[in-house]
Design a protein around this ligand. Structure first.
Ligand code: SAH
Length: 395
């Protein structure tokens, strides 16, 4: 056995970790006793050689260590992972419901599992890792999930920067009955397909659940436009909520085909069945600029427009342009919902540009609400907050 991997860090890094920040960057390391291997436990010491934290080492990432534990020394073994998982699950106990079987169970850093998320879709779990550091812990985790969720399937997902090996491949069922097709799950009684093996994120945008519910409650009698519809989450909620008509626009043919399947899946619901619905494959920006219609309920939920910090100014411009274009097509007494899922765009900045679009429209518009993450996507690390939405109503 090689000696424990020991790191000494800069005063700035020490302060960050003491505050509970989960990342140690390569630049924060002053010294280490030997080269580390991916996924091994690194122990971080403070200036006076006292234990500070322990976490997973990742030699190729600028985030060199993802902290699992800080404070008093402790053993990070299978019992530790089991207790941590129990804590994350207990926090979500009250959120599980018979009619909502799609839920995030572990939200990465925010739940003390840096670089890992766990989503549940009915009888299947999607375990997604964002760092190679987790590979060596996968046998332990899969075992643990098998114990906690007997008879469930576990599908492994790897973020784009990771390549799999052996049994650990993107989309592979690593425990339980093999997943060979899409999974059907429920959200507040609506049914959806999720492609756990290949879909975006882990197959569905579970994070927008509360906004979808809210939109459904506001939809009665409205002519709804869902831009960037993906597989129709907002569209179906609006239809169930009594929208007079629903138009969904997305660039992806595949997403629109899934949307049609989701519509079919909810055919037993008469409001959904009877709601006239149109799907349009188009660039949402172009389409909005040329449509002649006005809508009384509009949802603008684009993909992340700032993937990096450097994209921030352009993204703010795009959000503003989108809100302006939306406002031009918003009917009197219409509702406009603007969303952003860019972590590099703060809530304040997003609100500032959308509010400026509202003011610039010269119309009388009231702000109804600002929303953020749903409870299963809890945020404890501020810089990982990404989701925000603002609701406007025109006079
Ligand atoms: N509102 C959705 C999630 C939207 S994800 C939900 O609640 O489930 C973003 C979607 O935007 C994806 O489906 C992607 O295909 C689509 N998209 C990306 N760029 C686009 C563009 N320029 N025009 C239209 N759709 C686009």
């Amino acid at each position: 056995m090689p000696p424990t991997l020991r790191l000494r860090v800069t005063p700035a890094a020490e302060r960050q970790i003491r505050r509970g920040h989960p990342w140690l960057f390569d630049g924060g390391i002053r010294a280490q006793n030997r080269p580390g291997a991916d996924g091994e436990l690194a122990v971080i010491y403070d200036r006076r050689d006292r234990f500070l934290a322990a976490g997973l080492y990742d030699h190729a990432s600028p985030i060199r260590v993802r902290v699992l534990h800080h404070g008093q020394p402790c053993r990070i073994d299978s019992a530790w992972f089991a207790a941590n998982l129990d804590r994350a699950l207990a926090m979500r106990d009250s959120l599980a419901a018979a009619d909502t079987t799609g839920l995030r169970l572990v939200n990465g850093e925010n739940d003390g599992w840096p670089g890992l998320v766990l989503d549940r879709y009915a009888g299947a779990l999607a375990l997604k890792i964002y760092t190679a550091a987790w590979f060596s812990r996968l046998p332990l985790l899969v075992n643990l999930l098998g114990e906690k969720f007997p008879a469930h399937s576990v599908v492994l997902r790897l973020s784009r920067n990771l390549s799999g090996s052996g049994d650990w491949r993107d989309g592979a069922t690593v425990s339980g009955p093999p997943i060979t097709d899409r999974v059907i799950f429920s959200e507040t009684g609506l049914k959806f397909y999720a492609d756990l093996r290949r879909g975006q994120k882990t197959g569905f945008f579970l994070d927008q659940r509360d906004n979808r519910r809210r939109v459904g409650e506001l939809a009665a009698g409205r002519d709804m436009l869902n831009l960037f519809s993906f597989t129709g989450g907002f569209s179906l909620y609006a239809a169930r909520g009594g929208a007079g008509r629903v138009t969904s626009v997305d660039l992806s043919q595949h997403a629109l085909a899934e949307l049609r399947d989701n519509w079919q899946l909810n055919h037993a619901n008469s409001a959904v069945r009877d709601c006239p619905h149109e799907e349009i494959q188009a660039d949402a920006f172009d389409w909005l600029a040329q449509t002649g219609r006005r809508y009384s309920l509009m949802v603008l939920d684009p993909p992340s427009l700032a993937k990096r910090e450097a994209d921030r100014p352009a993204a703010l411009g795009a959000y503003q342009k989108l809100a302006r274009a939306g406002l031009r097509r918003l009917a009197g007494r219409g509702l406009l919902v603007c969303c952003s899922c860019s972590a590099h765009v703060s809530t304040e900045d997003f609100l500032a540009v959308t509010r400026a679009a509202v003011t610039g429209s010269g119309r009388q518009i009231r702000e109804l609400a600002v929303t953020g993450h749903p409870p299963d996507h809890r945020v404890t690390v501020e810089e990982l907050r990404y989701l925000k939405a603002v609701y406007f109503q025109s006079a």
